[in-house]
Design a protein around this ligand. Structure first.
Ligand SMILES: Cc1cc2nc3c(=O)[nH]c(=O)nc-3n(C[C@H](O)[C@H](O)[C@H](O)COP(=O)(O)O)c2cc1C
Length: 330
């Protein structure tokens, strides 16, 4: 049974890997993840704000009055809230790289095409095999068009590509008005992979304390269909390889992701819930599933699904939408 896949140009023994998270903070976990069969290790992100603050002694890009500036600053984590500062992050990349044989994917998280992006070069020099760029951004400015947001993001990706020779993946959110076009633009600047998708951690309101409170809910498999839809739409239409992130918990989730076009399958919530050994369980169950369904390779699984691909996904989406709404009778 051939579980191998090509992601970001790396031939991997299987598509499973931990997604960017604290899971690879400790070397013990890194080793356990590799031993359990993780085909790559994705590190947590280093944030733009961490780098710009070190560079300038302040948060960059906040042209606001001093009162609101002070308030805005108070929302941000303090430097010692971050596990790794920029220098420590580079040391961590070196340590993880020495400890494992599988590719190590570092992560940068930011939204502006500024000097912090030079950090990408340092991360490459520290030994990272690839870089994931998380462009987490909620467009809240009424004066800013979607096109401006997209252009800025493409520019960030272009600059990262310019600074490094290792493969670069961009981790996207689903909230772009024309995601297929945006993915195509990223393809044009040479991005090597797209990770679908970021999760947005919406703050909640604590109605007793009368406070806005950050909340971290782990995902469940309900989050996967959004990813499957976009994997299927983009698959075969972008040069970049595709990874799924969000809602992969069971072997069924892995099979669906691969069928929809994922070359890499990232797991975070499932590994937080079950520990690194869950990778081994999933590899085992995936092998069993493929045996049972007479699929010799992941490529074969993908090919069987691509035969069913609709030539007009927008028409398919509308048809599906109408069918679903008509399916319930009271
Ligand atoms: C505790 C925690 C920390 C995370 N840290 C990062 C991070 O540093 N960078 C990043 O791109 N994503 C980060 N994520 C998001 C995950 O990589 C992933 O996209 C998300 O959890 C969805 O995948 P899942 O459904 O498998 O959990 C984090 C998620 C969790 C739960």
């Amino acid at each position: 049974m051939d579980l191998s896949t090509t992601y970001l140009g790396f031939r991997l023994s299987n598509p499973l890997m931990p997604g960017a998270s604290p899971m690879a903070d400790e070397m013990d976990w890194v080793k356990r993840l590799e031993d359990a069969g993780s085909a790559a290790i994705v590190l947590r992100s280093l944030f733009e704000e961490q780098i710009t603050r070190e560079q300038q002694g302040m948060i960059h890009h906040m042209e606001v009055t001093s009162e609101s500036f002070a308030e805005a600053i108070s929302y941000f984590p303090r430097p010692d809230d971050f596990i790794f500062g920029p220098e420590e992050y580079l040391n961590h990349v070196r340590k993880v790289k020495q400890a494992v044989k599988v590719p190590v994917i570092a992560s940068l998280n930011g939204t502006t095409p500024e000097s912090w992006l030079q950090q990408a070069k340092l991360i490459q020099q520290a030994g990272a095999d690839a870089l994931e760029l998380n462009v987490y951004y909620v467009a809240t400015n009424p004066a800013e068009t979607g096109l401006v947001v997209e252009k800025r993001t493409v520019e960030v990706a272009r600059l990262v590509k310019k600074n490094v020779t290792i493969p670069v993946a961009v981790k996207l959110s689903p909230f772009f008005s024309s995601l297929a076009h945006f993915a195509h633009e990223l393809d044009l600047v040479g991005v090597d992979g797209l990770v679908l998708f970021n999760r947005f951690y919406q703050p909640d309101i604590d109605i007793e304390a009368l406070e806005v409170a950050p909340v971290l809910h782990l995902s469940d498999s309900m989050e996967l269909p959004l990813r499957l839809r976009w994997l299927a739409i983009l698959s075969g239409h972008v040069r970049a390889s595709l990874a799924v992130s969000g809602g992969v918990h069971t072997v069924g989730d892995v099979v669906k992701s691969v069928m929809a076009g994922a070359h890499g399958v990232q797991l975070v919530s499932a590994l937080i819930a079950h520990g690194p050994r869950h990778v081994r369980t999933l590899v085992h169950e995936l092998t069993e599933w493929m045996e049972k369904h007479e699929n010799a390779s992941l490529e074969q699984m993908q090919a069987s699904m691509s035969l069913q691909r609709c030539p007009d996904p927008a028409a398919f989406e509308r048809a599906n939408y109408m069918k679903v709404l008509q399916s319930l009778r009271v």
